[in-house]
Design a protein around this ligand. Structure first.
Ligand SMILES: Cc1cc2nc3c(=O)[nH]c(=O)nc-3n(C[C@H](O)[C@H](O)[C@H](O)COP(=O)(O)O)c2cc1C
Length: 184
């Protein structure tokens, strides 16, 4: 089983990346395969709403990085998707990424995977960020392994949010149990 963590923050090593990595690090046992991807520096254009993907079964936009990232999602069994909270919701880059997965929705190509939503905010708004991420996961028929909300403003702050770090570690442990069960 492969565990993929995505941080949608433009801060490559910001709080969202930190919290996603707390989960991934917990999975670094027994040869579990993990990978971390930051969407920072990746070009992800918005969905055109052209509906051509209904026939093509893939997004028609070809001149950006979305295909490479989504291929990694298709290759994973467990997806951890994290976003910073921007105006009480996911940041624009994450929304672009999610909207483009409409192309895989028609045939539910992502169905059957496990998903975890991660959100970071400075003060408030992360509950809607989680709602948006979980809406994405459930629309694609992922089953949820839970969610984590962390608090932080400057880079690295979230690692001082003990409750969030512990919750992230517990979710990591849950993934490890799941992987072990699947091996037995
Ligand atoms: C454009 C923008 C909008 C933001 N909106 C919110 C918000 O609505 N609520 C909040 O608590 N923090 C807000 N923040 C703060 C970020 O959520 C916070 O700094 C977070 O730790 C960033 O995560 P990152 O380090 O992974 O980028 C905002 C920050 C930016 C840059």
């Amino acid at each position: 089983m492969k565990v993929l963590g995505i941080s949608g923050s433009m801060r490559k090593d910001g709080n969202t990346a930190d919290l996603v990595n707390v989960i991934l690090e917990r999975c670094h046992v027994d040869g579990i395969k993990t990978e971390f991807i930051s969407l920072s520096g990746k070009k992800i254009h918005p969905c055109l709403g052209c509906e051509k993907c209904k026939e093509k079964k893939w997004c028609v936009i070809e001149n950006d990085d979305w295909s490479d990232v989504i291929q990694k999602v298709l290759d994973c069994d467990v997806l951890i998707i994290g976003s910073p909270t921007y105006y009480y919701d996911v940041c624009g880059h994450v929304k672009n990424f999610i909207d483009r997965t409409y192309s895989l929705y028609h045939d539910r190509k992502l169905a059957g995977r496990k998903g975890i939503a991660v959100a970071v905010h400075a003060q408030k708004g992360a509950s809607r960020t989680i709602q948006t991420l979980e809406g994405f996961l459930s629309s694609h028929e992922f089953s949820s392994l839970g969610s984590v909300t962390g608090k932080g403003y400057q880079k690295g702050d979230v690692l001082s949010d003990k409750v969030a770090v512990e919750r992230a570690q517990k979710i990591g442990d849950k993934i490890v149990r799941l992987v072990k069960r699947n091996r037995d």
